[in-house]
Design a protein around this ligand. Sequence first.
Ligand SMILES: [Zn+2]
Length: 164
Amino acid sequence: MVWKDSEKARVYNRDYREKNKEKQKLYKKEYYEKHKEEKKQYDKKYTKENSTRIKKYRKEQHQKKRLEVLAKIDPAMKCSMCGCDDTRFLEINHIKGGGMKEQKSMKKTDHGMSTNFVMLIHRGDRGVEDLNLLCRVCNSIDHLERVYGKIGLRTVWKKDSELF
Ligand SMILES: [Zn+2]
């Protein structure tokens, strides 16, 4: 009967795959154990020889994530005080303050605090409802006004055409 044969074949194939999987696993493990030191050395050498490239890659990846996070907070990607849209100058701001406190409570790792913060938002582990974007200048003014009250400073953003 055709059905029986195909059923047999199915079972056989499944068994074969299962057995092979175990074998593969074992083989991989043995291979890894045998070449552990070699691999370590190789990785070390690779990292050393390519450190500039790796650093550059990591930086680019982070920049990409940072821009995605900025867009998450404000799709217009503009400073909410002066309208500056140069993403190099934009910073994540806590609308009601408390940013330092939150950053301080975050675990210290080899990354900087703001890097961790960006990652947290990027992963979706932190909402953005209480955040907005401020350029570095407006962020400083915001900080000063929190400490000293209204100080009357205002950022004026000149477009390229008005610079000269
Ligand atoms: Zn601004």
